[in-house]
Design a binder for this molecule. Sequence first.
Ligand code: GLU
Length: 463
Amino acid sequence: MPKKKSPPKQEPQKNHSLKTAPEKKPTPETPSHKNPQQETTFSHTQAQLQKALKHLKISEDAETLLEHPKESLQVTIPLRMDDGSLKTFQGYRVHYNDVLGPTKGGIRFHPQVSLDEVTSLAFWMTIKTAAVGLPFGGAKGGVIVDPKSLSKKELERLSRGYIRAIYDFIGPDKDIPAPDVYTNGLVMAWMADEVNTIARKQIPAAITGKPISQGGSQGREEATALGAYYVLKEHEKANSWAPKKITVAVQGFGNAGYHITQMLHDDGYQIKAVSDSKGALLAKKTLDPKSIMEHKEKAGKLEGVFCHGTVCDLVDHEKITNAALLEADVDLLILAALENQITKDNAKNIKAKTILEIANGPTTPEADEILEKSGSVIIPDVLANSGGVTVSYFEWVQNKRGLQWTEKQVHKKLKPIMTSAYADIAKIAKEKKTDLRTAAYIHALKRISQGIDDKGTASYFQG
Ligand code: GLU
């Protein structure tokens, strides 16, 4: 078990400039469910689904239902800015499939959010929760906003406004939101408080990823990284790796990226390169994640680390681009930023032979094929980052039953879920002679399609 580290501050809590975002006029859009040729992120999810369906037979009903989200909500959130003006922001919440239980998934605040992206993320939540065997379906939410351009008070009003807009669409036995990119425990605390205010009673199980004082679970903060760490340790064992000999590059130095880097650093892995949205650095010797994070927090971005003498003195490093980080000559590449990072355009330049996906959807299906041919192994998002939603499930169970588990209890429950999911998926990959992503989908689809069939399929109704 890795030692607990003091968590880094989350992005939205910093940089509260009073300036507002440049006027953005998002246009409503519909994801392409029908035309897989069109290069949308949703078309990637359907290509992944079709690839897995070559290996298992599911009922026509199940296949049809998995091709579309169950329901999608688009809302306009009015926000009173600090200067008195009124702005509006577009928000979404998508329930993809709820056959295995209430839908579950985070809320993203990001300028690039779109209905296509949120639908894709909701699909991946459906696969992810089923792959690890949680009694949940998949959902996702998002608001088109650059949270760094809002003041803290504006961010609070936006978070509460989003909940007011989607209130009837969520609930502890219906759809349970959680943090995602650029949202964190504080945002969840505001959202949970808004739920309670509207309901005029406490409904702690309505939102997960809350601060401990608000009914959050111990271990939720580092859960995504810890889950990925447990999975990687199984992979390390299966491949007889000596950690000290493994060089690592990490794209994305947010919550999950930072924590996994620290855990691997503690185990002796050589951290060679890290990046955030503003820049990347490559070191000759191993980097120290903690001191990088301290400097990143002071500077507000990783790039600022170059201006601080201490880190420059500590390690001999050079500034590289984010694109170069992905192509760094390392053994293990950790993708902990956003989707569509490795595409057909850069896949052939990737040197890492193992890729750990902590972000959702960082590798496109075309890139998957290229990497597979070049002998790279991808530990897929739906397995590698499922520790976050698993501890969210623990939080939901504790809230519903009035329990408070210790961090040790949480870790003890998380580890077997992650290690057995890895074992099951690796076994399917071996049996079906396929990659780990397809194996994870097969594993998940068996559960989902069983759920759909158990409610009655066409063959039942046709006698
Ligand atoms: N946003 C995280 C994910 O993509 C966590 C979701 C949750 O805890 O419900 O898995």
